[in-house]
Design a protein around this ligand. Sequence first.
Ligand code: ADP
Length: 485
Amino acid sequence: MDIKNSELFKNQCYINGSWVNADDGSTSNIVNPANSKQLGTVPNCGSNEALKAIKAAKEAYKVWSKTDAKQRSSVLKNLHRLMLEHQEDLARIITHEGGKPLSESMGEIAYAASFFEWFSEEAKRVYGDVIPGHQQDRRTLVIKQPIGVVGCITPWNFPSAMLARKIAPAIAVGCTVVAKPAPETPYSATAMAYLSELAGIPKGVFNVVTGDAEKIGSVMTTHKEVKKITFTGSTAVGKQLLKQSADTVKKVSLELGGHAPFIVFEDANLEDAVDGALIAKYRNSGQTCVCANRIYVQSSIYDDFSKRFTEKASQLVVGDGLAESTQQGPLISEDAMKKASAHVEDAKNKGATIATGGNPHSLGGLFFEPTVLTGVSDEMLIAQEETFGPVAPIFSFDSEKEVLERANNTPYGLAAYFYTSDLGKSWRVSEQLDYGMVGLNTGIISTEMAPFGGIKESGIGREGSKYGVDDYLEMKYISLAGIEE
Ligand code: ADP
């Protein structure tokens, strides 16, 4: 791999501070989605290796949970610095294994690093309460303590940021972690493990196990020493992990699928709305859980918006993410290509117009044309399912009430966006959107300083912000008696 520091590229797992292979020596091949070339292999671990990692995390927890907050803060600060020092190499690793344009990968590393900075600060602010006594000789104290060993499962679309968003708060408050990265993108996780060692994070505090998702996931969710599961991925797998975690009554955080509405009211700044929709739709080739999946445009400006949006979408440069001019990389897999095609085909058969794109790209492989569909209706598949590809369906609506009903008519509740210049409408619509996050006059909402997460079937819990540590803490109160002389 063309990186400056080859130490960042690891073909092994990281368990208890050592680089190891699978017990039986088996490996999986990792390929670059832009050209199907093999990048390397990683160990194909299963239950045994997961058990070893949990044991190491349990041992490390005994010491790490008692380490003072300043020390925990300090190693996370180191990791923040190291991530930025190696930003370009780490970004190249993301682009090689996941396909996204290098500029987006650079942004992802900055975003990932920001969680280490933020939670290095929050590590020192895990405050409790002192509650007035309910009897004369009593006082009640509330303290917050780390929950224990955390099992962490992450997806391929933000292989660095999704991991950082989970391990930073966990490590900050004194938990230890066993992480299983997505099979498509293990190298961002192992690179982070390598840097964690340089940052001074002790052995066993952060472990990375690559391999069989079902076997590793099953051990993590059923082991009594794992006190918490944190997962980002599909709703179907999230529900399964929640069920598997039930018997040991684990705390579970889930960040699952989305089906984001993007509403443009007639009083919006049209140019801003077009640009916001473009970034919210085509970032990472449409493969983010907060991507605009249903663009609703008020009928009076429908044609104008569609024309401007289509013009810009058709100019997006598709190619290998490592090429400087590339604005849209490949999709992650054949399945992703099939889903994008199926959504286009279904919409076309039910009367939609393909304003641009609509097909696999002439580059071949996993490249798909940036696509815009107009005349889209609610019966089409694309109105009901997350596309996770570069297909933008534009729906027309007449009234605020109507569009709110349609926007909320989904089991998902992750992100929503709308554009308006009306102050009253800004509040009204924000409050009525059944979503965990709302972008008002913006197509980009993610920051380590805000609580990221969804409602309904899009998830449980929040990541980032001052609330991001809550999922890794248990609350305890101490009822203190005998104060009276
Ligand atoms: P996607 O379809 O986007 O790959 P998934 O939900 O399948 O989303 O994958 C997200 C993460 O969940 C990946 O790390 C994947 O390996 C993991 N995963 C998938 N199935 C299971 C499972 N049965 N148990 C544990 N982890 C799983």
